[in-house]
Design a protein around this ligand. Sequence first.
Ligand SMILES: *Cc1c(COP(=O)(O)O)cnc(C)c1O
Length: 390
Amino acid sequence: MISAVLPTYNRAPLAFSKGQGSWLEATDGRRYLDLGAGIAVNALGHCAPELVAVLQDQGAKLWHVSNIYTIPEQERLAALLCDQSFADTVFFTNSGTETAELAIKMARKFHYENGQPERTAFLAFEGAFHGRSTGAIALAGSEKMVKGYGPLIGGFSQLPWGDLAALKAAVSDQTCAVIIEPIQGEGGIRPAGQAFLRELRAICDATGTLLIFDEVQCGMGRTGKLFAHELAGVTPDIMMVAKGIGGGFPLGAVLASEKAAKGMIAGTHGSTYGGNPLACAIGAKVTEIVSDPAFLAEVVRKGALFRQGLESLVARHPQVFSGVQGEGLMLGLKCVKTPGDVVAAGYGAGVLTVAAADNVLRLLPALNIPDADIAEALNRLDAAATALAA
Ligand SMILES: *Cc1c(COP(=O)(O)O)cnc(C)c1O
């Protein structure tokens, strides 16, 4: 008999009842050090006191009003994000995949309004993940996510990861936009590389192609910059943000330049929940905290500390791990063994990690993880690797 919850997840036999900072307490009372943070969502850890205060304060005032009214909390968060980025304008969603949908619509509308309605083709990359809606799966094109769901929305193709020659050959006068995660998350913590992102920007500029960065996972301070593309010194025309921006409350945002957004006039897009006062009040607090240069400097320092410990973990367990990759607190351990087995061994050692493609174990802790918890995480990962090697 089918389970009451649609069985689309292969769930671990673990359930949690409480969380504080980087720690989760299971229903059986066992404590786990959380290096997954809801897959890069709980950017400030579980139940961060600053966020609980905003949730309770705004929760007692106003949760939801329709977007047919002016929403001051939404305007405040939009202004904060524009202030801190390349963007001139922001649309709020409740998830990452909804940001993909708007990015697709906005880019096509741009060329349509520009008198080039034939420019509808999107170029994405192999290993990409942009969400689970019908547009987002067609965009990323991964076999296991599109299988059985056809006919897919057309006009999307995928290029080999990091292949500049293939990119140059593929861009044509039909190309609408190129979409890329500056660091692939689900694809295995794979940085596109700063030189690649700069080349990509130059190709898009030369051909009038829009450039979309999906920073749903790598954005919001994860790399030690507010947005990962800042490391390369280039900006996109459209950017997708979600996950960390709500600190655990559902929130996403599409940021865009005035030029890229020029087709999006009244009536061209909408959302019932997107940008509600509660989500935006929390998002504004997260954004204020995470965009503070002192906070970001700490992410860089903690990332380096963690990475150093991971390098010695790899050296001690060459039969389990073969290397460390990533940026800031978006780290990946390349595994010799199946990442799923390492995740399971981690459960035994009281540490939570997340598997990704390309044989990578993802480590995406809270951005404010205390140094002592980093040390404890390394101990527990060491215990997991020892247990697995035995
Ligand atoms: C998680 C993720 C998404 C989809 O976000 P949802 O909130 O699950 O819809 C899109 N892009 C990237 C890079 C992601 O990591």
